[in-house]
Write a protein that binds this ligand. Sequence first.
Ligand code: SF4
Length: 395
Amino acid sequence: MTVTGEICTQSPDEPFGLYLHIPFCRSKCPYCDFCSFPHPDAGTVDSYVHEMIRRIRAAGEAHIAHHGAPGLVDTVYIGGGTPTLLTPAQAERLTGAVRAAFSVLPGAEWTVEGNPATASREALAAWRAGGVNRLSLGAQSAVDRELKALGRLHSWEDVCRTVADARAVGIGNINLDFMLGIPGQTAPSLGQTLDRALALAPSHLSAYCLTIEEGTPFARRGRAALGLPAGEEAAGEAAAALYEEAETRIRRAGYEHYEISNYALPGFRSRHNLHTWQDRAYLGLGVGAYSYYEGVRFGQSRDLPAFLRGEDITVDRYVPDLAGQREEYIMLNLRLSDGLSEADFAARFGEDFWESRQSVCRPLLAGGFMVRSGGRVRLTEAGWLVSNTILADLI
Ligand code: SF4
């Protein structure tokens, strides 16, 4: 780790989240801008796992050298890409390496991301044996023609089978990811997706809007050819209507809407993602992974060959100054339904959040976009819909 030797702002007894990126997928979805490489050969995947284990060990040793004790980890998130492409033996080696390098706290949340097209019961059993207790499944839609439009390899039946397999091997905490704004998606088809999803009783649901990322096949085809509303205003209105439909149905089923795009049954908020949203430490290992660790933000490049050669691929490294930390704090905390604690803000930044932003906050309060109560400031559902504008004004 290149952070060794930095001024350390992280207390050695503060647990952090560990993120491991597995960047391989069976094929590349046409909208995907994530760090993922399609059609990997078995040798490359095995070399990657080997190098990940070396880097996990090195990170564990660096923590001990710096703090005199193993790093305390309270969440482990194995994301991708498609981690469920790994063989049971590779899953076992990886989870074993984490336990050997860090002190993983009892009751830690261990999540693995899965693709319903590739997550076999055997692979899930291996992840479970390694400690995984949460599955995050990229379901995207329960309507097969929408899955096809997204270029996904799985069907809704695959999602149902994978959920049943996960439960059968003892992984009961399940997140289903869904997408809003899929080509051809309508309010009734989203309703059908949500009815089917809720019937599976997942503990957590995420609903993200499809974004057309530059350089992807979807961007080359263009919004009109995809049948998506053209123009920012029309696209925004369509997305808002779907967002409201999702929010109403999911909340009615008893889920807390605790983050702009995330819903959970009581007690099942994603503890790993809360590390990010609450501006707490997390360490990311693997190509394309990002970290906020020991007061430093940094990433790993997407250079897979360099990673496999064992080279340092650190990029985007910076130590946020107080103004930067304050911006990040506001942006992240206002994504959450718990909002921002005025006392915590004052203690961290020596500034009264409300007093110094009254001219922005008062109209938001009057317009129903913001709530101030119990020493906290929150955005309402209406506020979340226009959060980009609000946050820009606040920071
Ligand atoms: S499965 Fe996920 S990570 Fe892989 S290509 Fe599709 S969207 Fe990207």
